[in-house]
Structure formats: C-alpha cells, structure tokens
Design a protein. Structure first.
Ligand code: SF4
Ligand code: SF4
Length: 274
C-alpha cells in the first residue's frame, strides 16, 4: 500500500492526475494485498469503482503471479516483476523485470523478520517505464514518506531499480528500457499544474467534497434519527438544532446515507451542478 501511495505521489509531482486505493482481504499478518492506481495526464479522474482489468500489473512480491492475476492484464498491457530470471509466459503482454529483492538486500532494506523489501526498487522500474523523467519525482516522494537512514537507503534502491530494469523479449535477450525525453520536459509539466497532497490519514486538509458528482439532499420527511450520520464514512453528517446537516465541503457523494436511511423519501442523491 505504501508503494502505491509513493507511486501516486510520484505521478502527482510529475503533473498527472492520480487516484490510489488499496484492497484488503481477510486480515492476517503477511497476507497479500492489492493496491490500485489510476492516472491521467490531461484530466481529473472521476471513476470511483474497483479496477477489474488493468493495463499495467506490478508484482512487488518475488513470488510469480498466479494465472488468475495474470488474467486481469488487458491484451497489450505490461507486467513489471520483482524477478531476476526470465519469466516464462506466452500471454499478449510485455514483461519488464527488476531484481528488486536483491537491490533491497544490497541496501539493507529488510523487514522486521529480515526479509528484503523490494517495493521501492520496483517503483524505480515502474517510474522508468511509466513516468517520463520521473526519477527525481520518485526520490522526492520517497523522502516525503520516510526519514533518516531508511529514506536514504530507499532513494538508493529507487535509483538502482530505475537503472537495473530490463525488458524481456519473447525470442531475443533482455534489453534495457529506453529513457524518456530530457529534463526540460518534466519541469515544464510540473509547473503546469499545482501539486496536491496525497494522504490517506486525514482528509481535513483536502476539500474532498469538490470531487463528488452527486450530493445528498434531505427533505422535510427526515426524522433526524441520525442513522445516516452513523454510517457516513466521512463523518460529515451532524445534528444541529434538531436537524441533520451535511458538510458538503467533505461529502464525497458515495450515497451510503441514502441507502441506509430507513425513512421513505427523507434523503436523495442529486447531481452537483457545475
Ligand atoms: S437516516 Fe434518513 S431520516 Fe434519519 S437522519 Fe438521515 S436522512 Fe434523516
Ligand atoms: S454521500 Fe457519502 S460522504 Fe456524503 S454525506 Fe452521504 S454517506 Fe456521507
């Protein structure tokens, strides 16, 4: 999840619109998790739903992806693997590999159990493949998320992953990934759009209500029972002088309040006018 957030921040620093969210399954230590990223160079991202198919699959674990996971990659897509040997495949997608666990070992980036944590080295490879001139932005994003020796080691790992990423070909040997255009290009794009905060800890700094396409409107039928306030994931419904009030500055328009309301016609989602 941290890797997804750092990559999202890298895209944001490089001037892209971006969206990042994790998916957790049954909770247990060491259980695999997935995180998803959408990015767009030209416009805001309004899609809020789960990702079923992807253009790029990034596998941070050194274990090879299962056929089910590979099946989520669209034809013509790209798979980035934490892996040194060739990956045997016949699918309609490109493969890039980076020895991320080895890089983590070389730089003493280990979990509390002593396992190499190659996530940032994998990000180095992703940035080389996906973010033009993005290494400096990745380094900034790593430094913003970590501190001290851990930040220094991971910045080195990011550079190593960037440098040691190779594309795998079906017949020919591996080739290094071609570098994208020069630094003027990146700084021009960075200037073209203000940087926004990337955080999953506290939404008060972001006026997340500006994202919403719909907003809940309460009617006179509302009994102020406050069930909607109980379920609102943003905590933006409150009771004031016996009436329910929605703070539209932070309401994301998810519609949960409308679904859980037990009173007919008490609340309805309406489109936000431009
Ligand atoms: S759950 Fe429905 S009736 Fe109850 S306070 Fe919310 S909008 Fe009103
Ligand atoms: S739409 Fe979602 S975020 Fe907005 S008030 Fe309803 S439950 Fe809360």
């Amino acid at each position: 999840m941290l890797a997804s957030q750092i990559l999202a921040e890298t895209f944001a620093r490089a001037g892209f619109w971006v969206q990042s969210f994790p998916e957790f399954k049954a909770e247990r230590r060491g259980a695999p998790i997935s995180a998803f990223l959408r990015w767009d160079e030209t416009s805001r991202i309004h899609r809020r739903y789960k990702v079923q198919e992807c253009d790029v699959l990034v596998v941070v674990s050194p274990a090879p992806p299962s056929p089910e996971i590979l099946g989520t990659v669209r034809p013509g897509g790209l798979i980035v693997l934490n892996r040194e040997p060739r990956f045997p495949h016949t699918g309609p997608f490109d493969i890039a590999r980076v020895p991320a666990s080895r890089i983590a070992l070389e730089n003493d980036i280990l979990s509390s159990e002593g396992r190499p944590m190659g996530n940032v080295a994998v990000l180095g490879a992703c940035v080389r493949l996906l973010v033009p001139d993005g290494l400096a932005f990745l380094e900034e994003a790593v430094a913003a998320r970590m501190s001290g020796a851990m930040a220094d080691a991971n910045v080195v790992a990011a550079r190593e992953g960037y440098a040691r990423c190779a594309k795998q070909h079906a017949v020919a040997g591996d080739t290094p990934v071609e570098l994208s255009p020069g630094p003027e290009h990146a700084s021009a794009r960075r200037r073209s759009r203000p940087l926004f905060a990337v955080s999953t800890t506290d939404s008060r700094g972001n006026h997340t209500g500006t994202w919403s396409l719909d907003r809940p409107v309460l009617t006179d039928e509302c009994t102020a029972c406050a069930v909607c306030a109980l379920f609102c994931p943003e905590g933006v419904i409150s009771k004031n002088d016996g009436s329910m009030v929605v703070d539209y500055l932070y309401c994301k328009g998810c519609g949960i309040c409308e679904v859980v309301c037990p009173v007919r016609n008490a609340i309805a989602m309406e489109p936000v006018s431009a």
